[in-house]
Design a protein around this ligand. Structure first.
Ligand code: DGY
Length: 345
């Protein structure tokens, strides 16, 4: 018999032995795997490469729950192939990999992992601010290439953070956590958010809210923290880069497609932009012949913003909470489409 779901959501089909079936698109810590195995049959895609779209469709064919990552496309085609799917738990705060309207139409709740990765991601964003401002990777490369000839007063000069201005594009949780770090480094902090209304947390009274163009015009460093949505694809393009001060820096730890990468490459090549620190790019993993990788003033990291042991464990734990709640037919603790519980499926 199907479990009685929270109103509107699709019911979970129990197997003969009363247990649901779930597929994990990536391994998670053993103790969390055991929590799922207590109530459901679990299959796991082993390895660090994501499953192909075909493998995902085949292995999810008769599952009730899917634990996916931001590298897995969860769309209408997957739903067609997996008619029993009753809950999708995304092991990420971002959910641009999931066609949420399609899930909602079919009564499938989607979970994500907000809050638990804020500090780790803000740490990495600020690390990229420091690395680009002080040319850390270039300096290290100079040592390895034998270009360190002795103490030279003009060698590897960078940007002084104290007294410089950072613009936070997207003043949500992570953006505000970066603002806190910047204030501690005695930077001026400007912020813009899409809603315009996001309240700033106590301690951020010194942050100045500005308009979109003004943020680019006045910042020495722009750090991107907006989520990826149709309205934010190429939000930062040639026009915005041209508004920036000569030699300014751009940091992106949000999603690659928010930045027009061709325009960014041009701005870095011409030197109008001083440097870029990117934890995310338009195509991940970045092809090794991408011109960005040949630019000394660009540092590319492999999407590791939340990659600390503590944070990844906390993310997996919340993702399991979401998954198990969905299997029980309960409202997910962190649900991105709560309307699924009120709309008819
Ligand atoms: C997130 O949680 O959204 C991270 O970027 C991993 O995808």
């Amino acid at each position: 018999m199907p479990d009685r779901p929270a109103s509107g959501a699709r019911p979970v089909v129990r197997r003969d032995d009363g247990r649901a079936r779930v597929f994990l698109a990536r391994p998670i810590p053993d103790q969390l795997m055991r929590r799922i195995a207590e109530v459901a049959h679990v299959e796991v895609h082993e390895g660090s490469d994501p499953p192909s779209a075909r493998e995902l469709a085949v292995r999810c064919r008769d599952v009730d729950g899917l634990l996916a990552t931001s590298a897995d496309r969860v769309d209408e085609a997957l739903l067609e192939a997996c008619p029993d799917l009753a809950v999708v738990s995304n092991l990420a705060v971002g959910y641009d990999n999931v066609d949420v309207p399609a899930m909602t139409r079919r009564g499938v709740p989607v979970g994500n992992t907000p809050g638990v990765l804020t500090e780790a991601t803000a740490d990495l964003a600020f690390a990229l601010v420091l690395v680009t401002a002080r040319r850390v990777v270039e300096a290290r490369d100079a040592v390895l290439a034998g270009r360190w000839k002795g103490w030279d007063p003009g060698f590897m000069l960078g940007m002084e953070l104290a007294g410089s201005t950072i613009g936070i594009l997207g003043a949500g949780r992570i953006g505000q956590a970066v603002a806190r770090r910047a204030l501690a480094f005695q930077m001026g902090v400007l912020a813009w958010s899409r809603s315009g209304a996001t309240a700033l947390a106590p301690g951020l009274e010194a942050v100045e809210r500005v308009g979109f163009d003004e943020l680019f015009e006045r910042s020495d460093v722009v750090s991107i923290h907006v989520s990826l949505a149709p309205e934010t694809v190429h939000l930062v393009g040639a026009r915005e880069l041209a508004l920036m001060k000569a030699g300014a820096l751009l940091v992106n730890t949000a999603r690659g497609p928010v930045v027009d990468q061709a325009a960014l490459t041009d701005a870095l090549r011409s030197g109008s932009l001083g440097g870029a620190g990117l934890d995310v790019v338009e195509v991940e993993p970045i092809p090794l012949d991408d011109p960005l990788l040949g630019l000394a003033n660009c540092v590319v990291l492999p999407h590791v913003g939340s990659a600390t042991t503590a944070t990844r464990t906390a993310m997996a734990s919340l993702a399991v909470d979401n998954l198990l709640a969905g299997l029980r037919g309960e409202v997910l603790p962190a649900c991105v489409n709560p309307e699924v519980y009120t709309s008819a499926s």
